[in-house]
Write a protein that binds this ligand. Structure first.
Ligand code: DCP
Ligand code: GDP
Ligand code: MG
Length: 208
């Protein structure tokens, strides 16, 4: 849908147009790489809206809905939920915030190249992909620690291993896909949190 003139003669932009024109940053990295930690700091400094696809799914599970029950079973196994489900949730959340948002951090998405392609068809193109990179053993260590307090049913050794395998198989190709467009900034997430953030901030400051 394009713009349409309202009765006052003002141009009215549809929700689709507004989110298409928003600043969109994808935050991609393995489970436990530190995506959520860095996104929180970006929100504090830049006022972007943080949308974690995993958090949106967990909110649906917490609601106790039938759909939530299906999602819970998939996430418990460390698998990916159907593409349309996540995409619709992200789109609704973006529309709800677009009028007050300086930009969007889409955390934990895309998980596979197809998710990225569909996002661009239904929503718009990212201007930056932050690739939060940590070693496999680091991610496992962080998640086992997080599991002591997170209450997340997927923060256990068996599911962590499956999430990591799926990350290497399905998500890493996403990085190659966007690298060819020149929008990927690789961030070394083995450093202390504040140093990692220094590099994240530099990448964001580089945006026009
Ligand atoms: N686009 C997405 C995002 C998430 N999920 C599912 C699979 C994940 O295992 C689960 C939890 O997502 P998170 O992003 O919260 O999980 P991660 O552990 O991979 O990321 P993190 O721990 O880094 O927040 O939700 C999915 O299928 N598709
Ligand atoms: N040492 C260290 N720990 C981190 C860093 N970033 C995140 N963590 C910890 O690693 C765990 C996973 O981080 P989180 O942000 O949830 O990662 P996500 O799974 O990628 O969203 C958390 O317990 C964090 O406290 C970092 O840069 N250094
Ligand atoms: Mg997270």
């Amino acid at each position: 849908m394009g713009c349409s003139a309202s009765c006052s003669g003002r141009i009215v932009h549809s929700d689709d147009d507004k989110i298409k024109d928003a600043k969109i940053i994808f935050v991609v990295g393995g489970p436990g790489s530190g995506k959520g930690t860095q996104c929180e700091k970006v929100v504090a400094k830049y006022g972007y809206t943080h949308l974690s696809s995993g958090d949106l799914l967990r909110a649906e599970v917490a609601s106790g809905s039938e759909r939530g029950k299906t999602l819970q079973a998939i996430m418990q196994k460390g698998e990916l939920v159907p593409l349309d489900t996540v995409l619709d949730m992200i789109k609704d959340a973006m529309i709800a915030k677009v009028d007050v948002s300086k930009g969007f951090l889409i955390d934990g998405y895309p998980r596979e190249v197809k998710q990225g392609e569909e996002f661009e068809k239904k929503i718009g193109a990212p201007c930056l992909l932050l690739y939060i990179d940590a070693k496999g053993e680091t991610m496992v260590k962080r998640l086992m620690k997080r599991g002591e307090t997170s209450g997340r049913s997927d923060d256990n050794e068996e599911t962590i291993k499956k999430r990591l395998d799926l990350y290497y198989k399905a998500t890493e190709p996403v990085i190659a896909f966007y690298s060819s467009r020149g929008i990927v900034r690789k961030i070394d997430s083995e450093l202390p949190v504040d140093e990692v953030f220094g590099h994240v901030a530099k990448a964001i400051d580089g945006l026009k």
